[in-house]
Design a protein around this ligand. Structure first.
Ligand SMILES: C[S@@+](CC[C@H](N)C(=O)[O-])C[C@H]1O[C@@H](n2cnc3c(N)ncnc32)[C@H](O)[C@@H]1O
Length: 258
């Protein structure tokens, strides 16, 4: 039975490879990608011909991702990066924070890290209006508009994240909601606010408060449409800093505080 699947899988893969090659010849970005084998361990790494291990499709991570589905705009590959960067930083002193929470999916991932590692002495700080994009969105080059992502209430997000008592909510406008937290230190910060000014303000506050070796992960950095918003804010900020934003295939980028 396994042999049959393997054969079918390989011939399907050959077909997909041929289609990708043909698409590229006509100037199209090869878009057909799928799980490479029936165990879901490898995926085709377009535009390259090889496949790579894809732990975000493995059962252990899919089980975690089920908790987030319907509560996040972030896909499983990016959530996996978030989860693993969180785990990596959990051994450092300092709290975790997220700017841009929306329905709470990625916050759930980070809370899961702290819960699984019994690190509930750390707090997870969540910053969002919890009523949609602020008015600054209307002038942002990303094209987002005020009120977008407003189909949620703070109470609903609190109910979803109820299993995690170490979460501290900071509802309101960034950077105003950073007030009073000046003396805190952070091991990991997830910035997913999309907008130029919100990204700049988040960075201006957290950068100096990061523990050495701590990570800031940006969600939208490399995605089409964010060149003059989130990406520009990150690039400008790190122009005169020793850290270098490192791009990931997911469109995320990260810096490690030196
Ligand atoms: C893309 S969504 C976050 C997605 C979320 N991380 C997830 O798991 O799906 C962006 C969020 O940033 C918030 N946001 C953007 N700028 C903000 C600001 N200046 N103050 C507060 N919230 C802001 C919006 O309200 C919105 O909920």
């Amino acid at each position: 039975m396994t042999m049959e699947w393997d054969k079918l899988d390989n011939s399907m893969q050959v077909l997909f490879d041929k289609l990708n090659t043909a698409l590229k010849r006509f100037g199209y970005v090869a878009f057909i990608s799928r799980r490479y084998d029936h165990l879901g361990k490898y995926t085709l790494c377009t535009p390259y011909k090889f496949s790579t291990r894809s732990p975000w499709f493995e059962d252990w991570f899919q089980t975690k991702f089920q908790n987030v589905k319907g509560h996040s705009l972030v896909n499983e590959n990016a959530c996996y990066n978030l989860y693993e960067f969180g785990r990596y930083c959990s051994h450092l002193d300092g709290d975790f924070a997220e700017c841009g929470v929306y329905k709470g999916g990625t916050a759930y991932m980070l809370a899961d890290v702290l819960m699984s590692l019994s690190l509930q002495s750390k707090s997870l700080h969540l910053f969002d209006t919890f009523s949609g994009m602020p008015s600054t969105a209307d002038k942002d080059p990303s094209g987002h508009k005020q009120g977008e992502y407003g189909d949620i209430t703070l109470e609903e997000v609190k109910a979803y994240l109820n299993p995690f008592p170490f979460i501290i909510f900071h509802p309101g406008f960034i950077p105003e909601t950073f007030r009073g937290l000046e003396d805190n230190r952070y091991a990991f910060v997830h910035v997913d606010v999309d907008l130029y000014q919100s990204t700049k303000d988040s960075l201006s506050f957290f950068y100096d408060r990061m523990i050495k070796g701590g990570i800031i992960l940006f969600d939208e950095y490399g995605k089409i449409g964010y060149e003059r918003s989130e990406r520009l804010a990150v690039d400008e900020f790190f122009q005169d800093k020793p850290e270098i934003p490192i791009s990931l295939r997911t469109g995320q980028c990260f810096i490690i505080k030196l």
